[in-house]
Design a protein around this ligand. Structure first.
Ligand code: FAD
Length: 314
């Protein structure tokens, strides 16, 4: 049984079914009410650790998304864009996972920026993509039970896979799990083709992620903040900062304000554990700001751990 119906639970459950295992899902919240539904979402390793494992999972996931981008119904599309800085920077540490990273020319940099990289990565339109994953899971014979559990032991099955994101703080008694609150503004896309990431903006994390009809504008990353109410001043500041990076956004029609609590942890937890009653459990949670970016890589490793626990060849 898989706990969780965010991007991690769905991807893991699909991989388990595709490996011939009888996986079903229990979840307290379903799309569009999960953190995964709020994600921008761009392939980009952010606030997830340790770097060596993140790079391997990210590489695997990148390749999977390249394949999915051939299916319009998946909501995955390859797009070119930039990450920009106000100071000279070295090559990105994740460069090995992305084929076409190069330094920006002066013309590619927004006003006030001195350095940056341009590259092509998958943009994953989450409302479409999560619908696609739900469909793929159901087509593989999987079912989803909509309910909350209060402990992993209460799940009546011979194996549990914990993909509860921030919920692992309660059900796995993991106090290392902390929310990293993200606020975004969704606006109608005024014809912007490229993404822009501006992490060292002195006024706060700023990004523009264009999708088919809208753009996700961010953002914030407030550790330890559980507040689910959008703050109007923060929204105004996000809109202003994004319009400074991309002038086409001036006066863009606002569609929605959203909050998501990223499942923060000093390290992603992807391991096999025997629960006190003897039930084997594979944990797959704590992906911070990179759950989408790491989803297929982590799901593959989770399947290997499930096979190990069931005594089947990996
Ligand atoms: C503003 C914002 C922008 C982001 N942008 C990106 C991006 O561009 N790229 C990227 O890779 N990542 C991004 N992220 C991060 C990404 O959204 C998360 O890492 C990812 O969604 C985590 O997925 P998850 O499946 O672990 O968690 P969730 O989506 O939170 O799913 C957890 C599931 O577990 C269930 N659950 C929890 N507790 C219980 C319980 N007790 N009983 C039953 N079910 C339970 C929940 O109901 C839910 O179904 C962003 C996040 C935010 C907030």
């Amino acid at each position: 049984m898989v706990i969780g119906c965010g991007v991690i639970g769905l991807t893991t459950a699909i991989r388990l079914r595709e490996a011939g295992l009888d996986a079903n899902i229990i979840a307290a919240a379903l799309p569009p009410d999960t953190t995964s539904s709020v994600a921008a979402a761009i392939w980009y390793p952010y606030k997830a650790y340790p770097e060596d494992r993140v790079l391997a999972w990210g590489k695997h996931t990148f390749e999977e998304f390249v394949s999915l981008s051939a299916l319009p119904e998946s909501g995955v599309r390859m797009r070119e864009g930039v990450e920009v800085y106000r100071r000279p920077v070295p090559d990105p540490w994740w460069k090995d996972a992305v084929p076409d990273v190069r330094r920006c020319t002066k013309e590619e940099l927004p006003p006030g920026c001195r350095d940056g990289h341009t590259f092509t990565v998958p943009i994953i339109e989450m409302p479409v993509y999560l619908g696609y994953l739900m469909w793929r899971f159901a087509a593989a014979g999987g079912s989803v039970e909509h309910r909350a559990i209060s402990s992993l032991e209460e799940v009546g099955s011979r194996m549990v896979v914990n993909c509860a994101g921030l919920g692992a703080r309660e059900i796995a008694s993991d106090e290392r799990m902390v929310p990293i609150r993200g606020q975004v503004v969704r606006v109608r896309n005024p014809g912007i083709p490229r993404f822009i990431l501006d992490e060292d903006n002195p006024e706060g994390l700023t990004y523009v992620v264009p999708r088919s009809q809208d753009c996700v504008l961010g953002g914030t990353a407030d550790e330890g903040d559980w507040n689910l109410e959008p703050d109007p001043e923060t929204s105004a500041s996000i809109l202003r900062r994004c319009a400074e990076l991309e002038s086409k956004l001036e006066g863009a029609e606002v569609l929605e304000h959203r909050i998501g609590l990223r499942p923060g942890r000093p390290e992603v937890r992807l391991e096999l554990e025997e629960l006190p009653g003897g039930l084997p459990c594979v944990h797959n949670y704590g992906h911070g700001g990179s759950g989408v970016t790491l989803s297929w890589g982590c799901a593959g490793e989770a399947v290997d751990l499930v096979r190990e626990a069931l005594g089947r060849p990996v």
